[in-house]
Each structure stands twice: as structure tokens, then as C-alpha cells.
Ligand binder design. Structure first.
Ligand code: HAS
Length: 563
């Protein structure tokens, strides 16, 4: 059998298609919520014309459905596809289905509570904002389902290692395992937050909640969450992209080092989201700040390695001089429709990454924290490279697992360009507005953009307008994508052969270093745990020491705390 083809069981093909298609529907609701956000903020609407409810309800379903539900489903489907493919072993279908069903039931519960207005708590679900218990139960099921998927891959990997002593684990598997090792450790904290704090409080078993402890547990999870989003995109950049452009991955060792560095540094950094919070000592904020600069290093290594890989391909395709190779990449070849999703994401990430490094400095953070700059930063990261790679990846996976030829390839190719132009315009508006003091998570349209309001800020208006223009273009980009996606889903299969093989573009390395010190996850997991204990023990101690009493629940529509 060719190493580039693998025969999945019919059951796992159906499961993977389901794990891609259902969240795509939820994603579309979430993206619609995003468009509504820009209209709320500009004062164009005051209540959602289709779903009903105010700015905060819309912001909640936009954040939860796009950033938590869609991404988790994609990461699991991607692992369910790439781990068996790379190891040439089939999934245990029963366990895989159990994981998928848990995730689906959980997501639907969370989505329903949000749409009913019973969980207007934004994607960070900070107390004292309180949700219906089913919202927390739904999120718990989603996370448990993703753990089950990960446990399903571990025996396959151990078996493969036994049978392939001395061989390097395929890079794609290293990347997927790094993603889920980080996810597993990080979600332990949010599991404690939900099971021991939020759920009993929401069920009425306890009256008050320690908001600082809940925030700290959330950010223990919340920052590694961003690398749980990013790493599947990195797998596509390292493993697929060089091959797509007719080149090779510049260094195999660099890829392995990057994934291991993420295991080390993704978690002991969460307090950089709490620089402005009371209770945590400045010295611990500094420590988390230092680790934050460390976690930027693997992305800098990635920038070098991927640029070198693209340069190699561009020069092979006839590119001359220092920059001539850039013109020789297949930006507008509809047969290579997947490439724009990756290269545009990388381009966007240059700006997203620089913004992250600015945020990481305590002094700069005092200027940007809680302003629109922060959504500007995260749209250039999670809504840029991550969303584009996941959209491209979803279309590719659905084509493979449903045995379909991709339809409307020109639409699929053009969609990321329209989306990227919109994203850059919107993020520029948010970032500059943020530097001028425009707040995040505030319905600016109801006050600051309203000339009749005493809070009116004329200086912000051009930047608010840019967010509307950008947001509309992003939405159009997604609609173009969705048309191509569902036309493919509902088209005729390529052949009647239900057992058609699945393939992925797997790049060869240009430099295939032995990298024996990067072959085992264990030492990296142990060092990661040591770093987490060192960096988080004093933070948790400070938070518990400094917090007196608890808080009553609160709803954004109600100025008075609820009993
Ligand atoms: Fe961040 C806030 C710091 C990366 C997401 N971040 C957020 C929030 C989100 C988020 C969602 O230190 C808001 C949370 C909330 O709701 O409050 N972030 C960083 C740093 C990095 C970083 C240092 N963030 C990300 C990624 C995200 C993400 C990735 C999602 C996927 N972030 C912060 C901080 C805050 C924060 C503070 C708190 C702000 C506050 O006050 O609230 C680093 O990991 C970034 C490193 C990246 C680079 C870029 C490398 C460039 C590459 C592209 C190369 C291009 C090529 C193409 C090769 C150094 C790899 C060239 C060829 C052509 C032909 C063009």
C-alpha cells in the first residue's frame, strides 16, 4: 500500500464527516453573531433582528460557538483523521463515536441555553455572571468528549512505537499529541472551576463564589486554549503546506522542537491576562510575563522555518533573487484552493503575533487591556490563521471522508481573500480605536457612537465604521465558503466505492536531522508540570489569601446583583 493512502473504516469516515458538518452549522450561527456585533457596536441595531436579545447575548454565542465549539470539533476530527492516517492503524470506532456523541450533546445544550438567553456570560464565563446549569454541563460534556477522543489515540500510538522501534514518530502525530497534551492539562483547571465552583453555585447549592479564584482557574485554561487552537494550524503549515507548493519542509527538527516548546511554555503564562487584576503579587506577574516571551519563541522559529520552506519551493519554481520566490507561489490556482487558507493565515499572523508580544509587556498592557485593541489582537490570531486553516482543513476533510470532489473550487479559493481583506480592515479599526480608549465588551453603539448620548466620542466613529465594513466583508467571505462547502457536501460522490482511500499532502523534509532528544514526550511533560507548579502555586496562594467573602450572581441586563 502506498504510504500516502489509507483505508478508514466506513464508521470512522461517517463520524469524521459528522464532526465537521454539524459544527459548521453552529459556526455559521456564530459568524452571524459576529456580524451582529459590529452592527451593535456601531449603533445600527439595538436588538438582534433574527435571534433576538441584546449585544451581550450575541457576543456570548459568537464567542462560544466560534472559539470553543467549532475549534474543539475541528481539532478532534483532525486528530481522528491524521493519527490513524500517519500510523496506518484504524480507530476504535465505538470509543470514537462515544466521544463524538458527548461533544455533540454538550454543544447543543450550551448553544440552546445561550440562544434562550439563559447563559449570557460571554466565552470566558467569569462569575459573578451566572449561567443556567445546563450551560456548564454542556461545556463539561464537550471537554470530556474531547478527552475520550485523545485517549482513543494513545493505545494506537504506543502500539506503533512498539512495532517501529528507533523510528521517528510522524511529525503530524507529534503535533496532534502536543495539542492534546496541552489541552488535557489545561482543561483540568477549568474542570475544577466548573465542577466545584460554577455548577454548585448555579444549582443554588452555594450562595457565593470566589471570583478571583474562578478567573485564575479560567486563565490557567484560557491561555493554553489559544495554543490548542493554533497547533492544528501549525500541523497544516509544517506537514501539508510545503508539499502543496511543490517544496519540502526546511527542517524536520525545527517542527519537533516547536511542538515540544509549546508543551513546556503554553501553560505557565495565564497571569498575563490578569496583569491588571488585584490580589496577585507583581513578582508572579513578572514570572508569567517572562514565560510569555518564551512561548513566543516557537512561533519565531516557525516564521523562519516556514519562510525557508516557501523560499525553497519558490526558487524551485523559478523564483530569482531575494524576494522573487514570493511571486512563484500558487496564490490563485483554483486546483490548489487550500493553499490561500494557509498562506493568508501566515501573513495575518505576522501582525497578530506582534500584537501578542506588545500585550505581553506589563507597561504596554496597561495601555491596551480591556480596550478594543484586544479583540483586534485575537481576530488577527484565532479568527485569522486558526479560522482560515480550520476552514480549509474542514473542506479538505469533508471531501476526503465523504469521497467527494470539491465543488465550486474558484469560490473556495476566493473566500479566504475576501475574508482576509475584511479581517485586516476590521482589526485595524479595533486596534486604533482601542489605542484611543474604545472599550471591548461594551455596546459602544448604545452610548459612545450615539450623538445624543453624553458619552458620545466623535473621534472613534471612523474606526467603528471600519469595523462594520470589515465585519461585512468577513461575513461575505464566509458565505462564499459555506456555499462551496455545502455544495460539496450535497454533491454526488466520486465513485460508488464506499471504501475509497483517504490521502493527505505529507511533506518530505529538506533536512532530516536525527533529533533523538525530541523523540519522547515524557521529559517535556515532566518539565511542563514543574514549571506549572512553580508558577501557579504562589498565584493560587495569593488569590486565596487576598479574597475576602464571595460575590452574588449578576446579569448584564440587571444593575443589581441577583440573590
Ligand atoms: Fe494572545 C490576549 C499575548 C498569541 C489569542 N490572545 C489574547 C486573547 C485571545 C488571544 C483570544 O500577553 C484575548 C483573551 C480575552 O478574551 O481576554 N498572544 C500573546 C502572545 C502571543 C499570542 C505573546 N493569542 C495568540 C494566539 C492566539 C491568541 C496564537 C489565538 C490563536 N494575548 C497575549 C496577551 C493577552 C492576549 C498578553 C492579554 C491581553 C489583555 O490585556 O487582555 C504569541 O504566541 C505570539 C507569537 C507569534 C509570533 C508571530 C510569528 C509569525 C509567523 C508568521 C510567519 C509568516 C510567514 C509567511 C512565514 C511571534 C509564524 C511569509 C511569506 C509570505 C509570502 C507572506
Amino acid at each position: 500500500m502506498s504510504t500516502d493512502l489509507f483505508r478508514f473504516t466506513k464508521s470512522s469516515k461517517t463520524l469524521n464527516a459528522v464532526l465537521i458538518i454539524i459544527p459548521m452549522v453552529l459556526l455559521f450561527i456564530g459568524v452571524y453573531g459576529g456580524l451582529m456585533q459590529t452592527l451593535f457596536r456601531a449603533g445600527i441595531i439595538q436588538s438582534d433582528p433574527f435571534v433576538g436579545g441584546d449585544y451581550y447575548k450575541g457576543l456570548t454565542f459568537h464567542g462560544v460557538l466560534n472559539a470553543i465549539v467549532f475549534t474543539t470539533f475541528f481539532a478532534v476530527a483532525f486528530g481522528n483523521a491524521l493519527v490513524p492516517f500517519a500510523l496506518k492503524k484504524n480507530l476504535n470506532s465505538k470509543i470514537a463515536w462515544a466521544s463524538g456523541i458527548l461533544m455533540l450533546v454538550g454543544s447543543v445544550l450550551a448553544a440552546i441555553t445561550i440562544l434562550m438567553g439563559e447563559a449570557t456570560v460571554l466565552y470566558t464565563f467569569y462569575p459573578p455572571l451566572k449561567a443556567h446549569p445546563l450551560f456548564y454541563i454542556g461545556l463539561t460534556l464537550l471537554v470530556i468528549g474531547s478527552w475520550v477522543a485523545f485517549y482513543n489515540w494513545i493505545p494506537m500510538y504506543l502500539e506503533w512505537r512498539k512495532e517501529n522501534k528507533g523510528k521517528k514518530t510522524p511529525l503530524s502525530v507529534v503535533g496532534i499529541f502536543a495539542t492534546f497534551i496541552i489541552w488535557f492539562i489545561a482543561t483540568l483547571a477549568v474542570a475544577v472551576e466548573i465542577l466545584f465552583m460554577l455548577l454548585p453555585w448555579s444549582l443554588g447549592l452555594v450562595d457565593e463564589i470566589n471570583v478571583m479564584l474562578a478567573r485564575t482557574l479560567f486563565w490557567f485554561f484560557g491561555h493554553p486554549l489559544v495554543y490548542f487552537w493554533l497547533l492544528p494550524a501549525y500541523v497544516m503549515y509544517y506537514v501539508f503546506m510545503p508539499k502543496m507548493v511543490g517544496g519540502k519542509l526546511y527542517s524536520d527538527m525545527a517542527g519537533r522542537l516547536v511542538f515540544m516548546m509549546f508543551i513546556l511554555f503554553s501553560i505557565p503564562v495565564g497571569t498575563h491576562h490578569q496583569y491588571m487584576d488585584p490580589a496577585i503579587g507583581a513578582q508572579w506577574k513578572l514570572l508569567h510575563g517572562i514565560f510569555t516571551f518564551a512561548v513566543a519563541l516557537p512561533s519565531l522559529i516557525t516564521a523562519f522555518t516556514l519562510a525557508a520552506s516557501l523560499e525553497y519551493a519558490g526558487k524551485k519554481n523559478g523564483g530569482k533573487g531575494l524576494f522573487g520566490w514570493m511571486a512563484k507561489l500558487p496564490y490563485f490556482n483554483k486546483e490548489n484552493w487550500f493553499f490561500p487558507y494557509l498562506i493568508l493565515g501566515l501573513f495575518i499572523f505576522i501582525f497578530g503575533g506582534i500584537g501578542g508580544i506588545i500585550n505581553a509587556s506589563y507597561q504596554m498592557n496597561t495601555v491596551v487591556h480591556n480596550t478594543a485593541w484586544v479583540p483586534g489582537h485575537f481576530h488577527l490570531t484565532v479568527a485569522g490563521p486558526v479560522m482560515l486553516a480550520f476552514l480549509g482543513g474542514s473542506l479538505y476533510l469533508v471531501g476526503q471522508f465523504m469521497n467527494k470532489e470539491i465543488r465550486l473550487k474558484a469560490w473556495a479559493m476566493i473566500s479566504p481573500y475576501v475574508y482576509t481583506i475584511g479581517l485586516l480592515i476590521m482589526s485595524y479599526g479595533l486596534k486604533i480605536g482601542g489605542l484611543m480608549g474604545m472599550p471591548r465588551r461594551t455596546n459602544t453603539g448604545a452610548s459612545y457612537a450615539n450623538p445624543d448620548s453624553v458619552l458620545y466620542q466623535a473621534d472613534w466613529i471612523p474606526y467603528i465604521d471600519l469595523t462594520v465594513i470589515g465585519g461585512v466583508l468577513m461575513f461575505i467571505g464566509i458565505v462564499i465558503y459555506i456555499v462551496s462547502f455545502f455544495t460539496t457536501v450535497f454533491s454526488k460522490s466520486r465513485s460508488d466505492d464506499e471504501d475509497a482511500m483517504v490521502t493527505f499532502p505529507i511533506s518530505e523534509p529538506l533536512h532530516d536531522e536525527p533529533a533523538t532528544w525530541l523523540r519522547n514526550f515524557k521529559p517535556y511533560i515532566i518539565i511542563a508540570i514543574i514549571l506549572i507548579v512553580l508558577s501557579y502555586t504562589p498565584v493560587i496562594y495569593d488569590v486565596i489569601q487576598a479574597t475576602y467573602g464571595g460575590s452574588l450572581p449578576y446579569h448584564p441586563d440587571s444593575p443589581v446583583p441577583l440573590r
